[in-house]
Design a protein around this ligand. Structure first.
Ligand code: OAD
Length: 250
């Protein structure tokens, strides 16, 4: 990992514009389980039964009980880790402009990144399905499931269920930034869900270096990525930041 960390720090030093694409893996060290692989959410529950918009509309109480309630408890407790903090430091150093994330946990903003494109929404807010009123997630009363707004409508999280559209402005901006950056950091994603997984392909085709950070190879590793920093995001990002700071003073 040491050699790829040094290589990543060098590439980032030479970059005019870097952007990051992140997935569930960057929040694993904050105690949030990933979706796929060992200990993943989809290992315990079937996404087709609990994470599609049709499943939610059919039986909101079931989806609230099995998926949303637990997500709320886990996300309420989570704090940014060294992976999120490393990306915030890269922005502070003027290297990273934007984080494109598939995560809904808000941890990039909590770490200090100001430009975050949320592909799959943000769990910090819920919306009444009848009157459209918004409520901050911690204020929701869970004594009745599904929780309801004063008007009687059911609350849903401001996240994208399978079968729903990615917010068009998030998609358009991500495509533009992917085409313009000269380094893309791909951190903690299995790169299996489209259209997010296509952003590194756009970056590569437009001439950017694609650097993956992940303890495992993904479908991008052998086809799109220039190299893989093989390890957990926290360790890899703190190594890269330490190396960048060393390069800056020497
Ligand atoms: P996945 O759960 O599919 O993949 C998590 C990735 O993180 C895997 O490649 C792991 O190897 C890697 N990983 C595990 N621990 C890590 C660590 N400590 N540091 C870095 N990487 C680590 O998550 P996503 O790719 O984000 O969509 O999944 C994409 C989408 O699928 C999600 O946004 C969600 C899901 O279904 C919706 O809900 C719409």
């Amino acid at each position: 990992m040491r050699e790829t960390i040094q290589r990543a720090a060098k590439d980032l030093t030479n970059a005019k514009t870097a952007v990051a694409l992140t997935g569930a893996g960057i929040s694993v060290e904050s105690g949030i389980p990933p979706f796929r692989g060992k200990g993943g959410v989809w290992e315990k529950i079937d996404p087709m039964e609990y994470a599609t918009i049709d499943a939610f509309m059919r039986d909101p109480a079931k989806v609230w009980n099995v998926l949303i309630k637990e997500m709320k408890e886990i996300i309420d407790r989570a704090e940014p880790n060294e992976g999120h903090k490393g990306l915030a430091r890269l922005a502070e150093m003027g290297i990273l402009t934007t984080v494109i994330t598939q995560n809904v946990d808000g941890l990039h903003q909590a770490a200090g990144n100001e430009d975050v494109i949320e592909f799959h929404g943000n769990f910090a807010w819920h919306r009444c399905m009848d009157c459209d009123a918004s409520i901050e997630t911690p204020s929701i009363d869970l004594s009745r499931i599904p929780p309801r707004c004063g008007c009687g409508g059911i609350y849903r999280p401001e996240v994208i269920f399978f079968g729903e559209m990615i917010p068009p402005e998030a998609l358009t901006r991500s495509q533009q930034l992917s085409a313009q950056c000269d380094v893309m950091l791909v951190v903690g994603t299995s790169a299996t869900v489209q259209p997010a997984a296509y952003m590194p392909v756009i970056a590569k085709r437009s001439g950017a270096k694609v650097i993956e950070i992940n303890p495992e190879a993904s479908p991008l590793t052998a086809t799109v990525s220039d190299y893989l920093v093989k390890g957990p995001a926290g360790k890899a990002m703190s190594g890269i930041i330490a190396e960048l700071e060393r390069l800056r003073v020497s």
